[in-house]
Ligand binder design. Sequence first.
Ligand SMILES: NC(=O)c1ccc[n+]([C@@H]2O[C@H](COP(=O)([O-])OP(=O)(O)OC[C@H]3O[C@@H](n4cnc5c(N)ncnc54)[C@H](OP(=O)(O)O)[C@@H]3O)[C@@H](O)[C@H]2O)c1
Length: 243
Amino acid sequence: MSKTILITGASTGIGAATARALAKDNTLFLHYNRSQAEASTVAEAVAGQGGTAHLVQADLTTEAGCRRVVDAVQEKTDTLDALINNAGSLIERHTVETLNWDLMTKIFSLNTFSAMLMTRLCVPLLQKGTEPSIVNITSIAARHGAPTATLYGAAKGALDSFTRGSARELAPDIRVNAVAPGVILTPFHERFSTPERLEQMAANTPLGFHGLSEHIAHAVVFLLENPFTTGETLDVNGGLFMR
Ligand SMILES: NC(=O)c1ccc[n+]([C@@H]2O[C@H](COP(=O)([O-])OP(=O)(O)OC[C@H]3O[C@@H](n4cnc5c(N)ncnc54)[C@H](OP(=O)(O)O)[C@@H]3O)[C@@H](O)[C@H]2O)c1
């Protein structure tokens, strides 16, 4: 059966791979911020697989941006079957000694508050959906400790906790899960990691290589499809972090 799905941050990396994985026969609302050309390429790929794609632009560091995305969805439908809160960024490397209020606000607005507000705004649409569920993209940084990305790790940790709280509150109607990626080769690391840093992290990873966006998309699809899973954070990290 055809599903209607909203994916934030669908222009590149994990969001784009998830859109491709979910394209067939579904209607996808693909959010992007700056990468319009990349988002259009993803939309074309979705159409090529028999899906329907609607693009929506917004900066999710603001409440207005979040509302704009949901308003755009509501112009076309009053039903959602899934919400994937994927948009996120480290924004800027820092240390505990150099962090400041402005950076804290930016990192938490994008990685935590936007996912929380998108959840709240989408619940009425999800309640009308079929076997509806939410997947939040958190990070290994939430549990592993990530020097120079401590705020980002804390913001993802808060989203991890929100996943469990909202899963309990919204059950049995809406399932809520998360995927916590390890090191995944996307534009994220082109921006924030040197080749030397990546090499070192691969050497520390038991499976010996970095993940691809498709590995995370696969985990998202599993969580969307498994009706007996809620409140779960699925680690997909090549063994770099084990519970
Ligand atoms: N790659 C990794 O190793 C890794 C590990 C753990 C967790 N993650 C998480 O996975 C998610 C996807 O990241 P990725 O690795 O696929 O990186 P990516 O390719 O850089 O994708 C990030 C996405 O977030 C969007 N975004 C960034 N800033 C935004 C803003 N201010 N407002 C709205 N959207 C914004 C980007 O949109 P535009 O490009 O259109 O601006 C893009 O679509 C993020 O939540 C990230 O924290 C990644």
